[in-house]
Design a protein around this ligand. Sequence first.
Ligand code: 4AD
Ligand code: MG
Length: 452
Amino acid sequence: MKKLSILKLFKIKNIKKYKNKTIIIKGWIKTQRNSKIGISFIDINDGSCIENIQIIIKKNIKNYNKIIKLTSGCSLKIKGLLVKNKKKKNYEINAKYIKILGNIKNPKKYPLSPKYHSLEFLRKISHLRPRTKIFGAITRIRNNLIFNLHKYLQKKKFLLINTPIITSLDTEGHSKMFQIKYDNNKFFNKKSYLSVSGQLNLESYACSLSKVYNIGPIFRAENSNTKKHLSEFWMLEIEIAFYKLNKIIKLSKNILSYCFKKILKNNEKDIYYLINFNKFYNIEHINNIIEKKFIEINYYEIINILKKEKTFKNNNIKWGINISTEYEKFLTEKYFKCGLIIKNYPKNIKPFYMKINKDNKTVSCIDIILPNIGEIIGGSVRENRIYNLDINIKKNKLNKNKYNWYRDLRKYGTIPHSGFGLGIERIIMYITKMKNIRDVIPFPKYPNYSNF
Ligand code: 4AD
Ligand code: MG
């Protein structure tokens, strides 16, 4: 029989393979119980999955007297025999040797006692909250989402472009940007900012390499103190040469469906743990996306539906308004009860780079909105005609010279192209039913808060 290498680090996630073998586990104590007859039961987690494994430690273990004094959070190396508990049908380890790796010096001062902590409290200890079941589960889901976005796009031969974080250009036109200051702006000799979107840079690459994307950090200085806005968040941005709106819509649905399927497969236990925690007991919301259940509808049709509804606080609904959170909720949760792909918004409420439709009133764009979340994707066909682009730049009162390099893309061999941006944290909120975006990113940044 093949001997197990003692150097191998066994992970709880796939421990079953090693039944009746001596293995080594390293991890952290979740709970501990010492029986009067001289056996200590310790639940260990190693981060590989939501489940713990129970370690059974008998009195004859050398440091038994020290072990029984350990508390939640201490770290251990355990060597022992992995057995299946016939009664409970789970696996446990009969310890042969235990090394205490890290102690909790003063357990009373350790902020994470095994009792319940509110999410607001955990946010204040963002460096310790990964130790909770909730944040372990969210972290594994987030990892799997980003991994599968890359996997899908790489399979489809998209090229990853690392767009700049520092920029002197405002992609969206009138964004609130964080300015970079060092030695009174002399460093770059030009006002420079943290990027609000890598779209324009991606366009430069799409206009040569055809299919490109990035998953990167985005910075916005909007004073939006809401449950779905962060000052620093992550976005998948895609840009594709020769694509029109219908192809962007199809791609969005396919990417979401693919990733949701993978996440459900690989993170099923994490998902159930989180949705139950958030008092949801089924995965219909996930299946809807896997099955691509969306309603595709024009902006003007949405306005007509909203006009007929009498329950809104503000009933000044007319063509040209923004679709507020209240309207989004009504449409996705009450009226259609599913995700919406809203097309062709009025040009006046969308950024300068979107392509004007033949009606000269609307732009060729989409917003995808989901129940309980709102917008998760925003995308468009890009204005590829220099004449129209210049009109848009002027109308939006932007400094034309600043956009010269972007205008070059239209002057030299311009092509039709399209793209979109997908908010990573909003997707995680949707999957997990977590209510506050501050709880689905490792170290959240929001107005008046930049700790860690
Ligand atoms: O709609 P947005 O602002 O689109 C753009 O920035 C385009 N330049 C993207 C592109 O076409 N390449 O943002 C895209 C998505 C939104 O749909 C939303 O999911 C998310 O990014 N998002 C935010 N997520 C968290 N906090 C914020 N403050 C966000 N603002 C937008
Ligand atoms: Mg948007």
